[in-house]
Design a protein around this ligand. Structure first.
Ligand code: ZN
Ligand code: ZN
Length: 336
């Protein structure tokens, strides 16, 4: 947990009370770049001490009567705790809830803990064929990818460019391919090109060290018979990459922004209008996107890439390796 601003500590705390929610014995929790933002105090939790961890899976220990869950059930945890009653919650867009109670690992205690307190409605049953670590990773990058591809409307026979071959990018590549798209990945190193191909990309543009984005539109046109792409998914989010992505689109193409930096997107409306380009944004996911991700994993169609498994008391090592950009896929905390 974050003992204070920017300082991580593994320590004993009192077990949470269920108090109308469910209690889950955590079995796996993904270690995400978001945790580094907390350590760097770019984000702060509402209070200290605070338990991080927004991607978790485990075993139900206690669930309220009528929830349909029983002790021993294997579950993935949907981390957005919506109000359940606003227009957005009632229309399946929990990620846009107008009055959220909070988000596990961001504003409510999260999964870097033996025991996690969460509303029963946030628990998605895991099929036997889906491991806890897979369930945990689906609860962040997996559901995010499903959500983005669904909002963008990726369809059979379309072409999708995916810029960024990290945890979310590898998921977007797979999901777009499952939806029937031909996928062109953009990687910043040859080693990542191989990962992108494994995930289902039919072509990979390697821009070594992230340099040369001004050549991307031309290279995508070369790969698409001059048409340009139907979709561009942005996981990097610099001003330069977003513009290169827009210019890689064909007519009526859609740019979907998932990853971002502090950069602005600066583009002439004329450039957009003449080709009827669309710009979308996608944040996290609705609960049913996690259900979709779990189902696809259960069918063996969506795979996660685990880099290394760590026990909870080695969380700092996992984070240091993430900061040093040594992680391919996800580091996961695991409980025996
Ligand atoms: Zn995450
Ligand atoms: Zn709501």
């Amino acid at each position: 947990m974050l003992a204070e601003r920017g300082r991580l500590e593994v320590t004993d705390v009192p077990a949470p009370e269920a108090d109308g929610w469910a209690l889950v014995a955590t079995r796996a929790a993904g270690v995400c770049g978001t945790e580094l933002h907390f350590l760097d105090a770019m984000f702060d939790p509402p209070a200290f001490p605070f338990i991080l961890g927004h991607e978790a899976a485990g075993v139900v220990q206690d669930a309220p009567a009528g929830s349909g869950l029983s002790p021993g059930d294997r579950v993935a945890v949907y981390n957005m705790v919506g109000c359940g009653t606003c227009h957005w919650c009632r229309t399946g867009r929990d990620e846009l809830c107008a009055r959220p109670a909070g988000q596990l690992g961001f504003s409510l205690d999260g999964g870097f803990s033996d025991l996690l307190r969460v509303p029963a409605a946030n628990l998605i049953p895991l099929p036997e064929s889906v491991s806890f670590e897979t369930g945990a990773i689906l609860a962040c990058s997996g559901m995010t990818a499903v959500h983005a591809a669904r909002l963008a409307g990726v369809s059979l026979g379309s072409t999708a460019v995916v810029n960024g071959v990290g945890g979310v990018g590898l998921m977007v590549i797979q999901v777009a391919a499952i939806a029937g798209a031909r996928v062109i990945a953009v990687a910043d190193a040859e080693a990542k090109a191989a990962l992108a191909r494994d995930a289902g990309a039919s072509d990979v543009v390697v821009l070594e060290g992230g340099l040369g984005y001004e050549t991307l539109p031309e290279r995508v046109r070369d790969l698409t018979g001059g048409l340009g792409a139907d979709h561009y998914f942005e996981l990097v989010g610099s001003g330069e990459t977003m513009l290169a992505g827009l210019r890689s689109l064909g007519r009526a193409g859609t740019c979907t922004i998932i990853g971002y930096t502090g950069d602005d997107l600066v583009v002439s409306p004329v450039e957009l209008i003449l080709s009827e380009l669309r710009i979308l944004s996608s944040v996290a996911a609705a609960r049913h996107d996690l259900e979709t991700a779990v189902r696809l994993a259960g069918e063996g169609r969506l795979r996660v890439l685990v880099d290394t498994r760590y026990p909870l008391d080695e969380v700092e090592t996992a984070l240091e390796r993430l900061r040093a950009r040594q992680v391919h896929g996800r580091n996961v905390l695991v409980w025996d």
